[in-house]
Design a protein around this ligand. Structure first.
Ligand code: PEP
Length: 249
């Protein structure tokens, strides 16, 4: 059975006081047993969130990390630093990192290696631009992102890899991929993993959808057989909408 996962990506939102307000509300909730819940606050709130959620079934994730273990990289954060404050999960390859911080597939492959060496779980984001879909090159783009960013890893590594399919045209735009488009791409991703590794590995990988998931569309999306949950941006900033999505399975 694949894990069902709902992960909230807060992006550059919520200072410490706002994080605390969110956590107070979150801790009042009843958490379903069949869903793994994660939140990815900004670096400045990670340690507080980790300590605050110790007794709750919510895991914290980092939104990024540097590919080096240490050194002269002003402003960057290493895997070891993240682990030292309880963050064992890292989101890599988010389209905003790719677009605004020039993270290419080669850099992401290095980050993947560093995360694995440090025994972290990776949420690896892939997704095509609108242009790619219009040109009918979206499958090719996804295949390249997978092969250049992830397919150098060992079979064992897949125990620690979660995929998030996030079409760039659907992130923060209010546009959502239709349930059919989502299923089609998730199936393609699983098939591509099977071709490069094995059916067994492909069957075990959780593939999340991200891109304007909201309480009113989550159920339809999560119903698709190859969709194992969501990576949620905007709607994860309020406990009420986040929990509605968590409960949408
Ligand atoms: C995201 O940032 O990963 C995301 C999917 O954002 P949104 O839900 O706001 O589209």
């Amino acid at each position: 059975m694949r894990k069902k996962i709902v992960a909230g990506n807060w992006k550059m939102n919520n200072d410490l006081a706002e994080t605390e307000m969110f956590l107070v509300e979150l801790k009042k909730q009843v958490f379903p047993e069949n869903v793994t819940i994660m939140i990815a606050p900004p670096f400045t709130s990670l340690n507080h969130a980790f300590n605050s959620l110790r007794e709750h079934p919510v895991t914290i994730a980092s939104q990024n990390m540097h590919q080096s273990n240490e050194g002269a990289f002003t402003g960057e954060i290493s895997a070891k630093m993240l682990k030292s404050i309880g963050a064992n999960i890292v989101i890599l390859g988010h389209s905003e990192r790719r677009a605004y911080f020039m993270e290419d597939n080669a850099t992401l492959a290095e980050k993947v290696n560093t995360a694995l060496e440090n025994e972290m779980t990776i949420i690896f984001c892939i997704g095509e631009e609108l242009e790619d879909r219009k040109n009918d090159t979206h499958f090719e783009i996804i295949k390249t992102q997978l092969s250049e960013g992830l397919f150098h890893t060992s079979n064992k590594a897949w125990e620690s890899i979660i995929i998030a399919y996030e079409p760039v045209w659907a992130i923060g735009t209010g546009e959502t991929a239709s349930p059919e488009q989502t299923q089609e791409m998730h199936h393609f991703i699983r098939k591509t993993i099977a071709e490069n590794y094995s059916e067994e590995i492909a069957d075990g990988v959780s593939i999340l959808y991200g891109g304007s998931v909201k309480p009113d569309n989550a159920t339809e999306i999560f119903k698709q057989p190859d969709v194992d949950g969501g990576l949620i941006g905007g709607a994860s900033l309020k406990v009420a909408s986040f929990m509605e999505i968590v409960n949408a399975f």
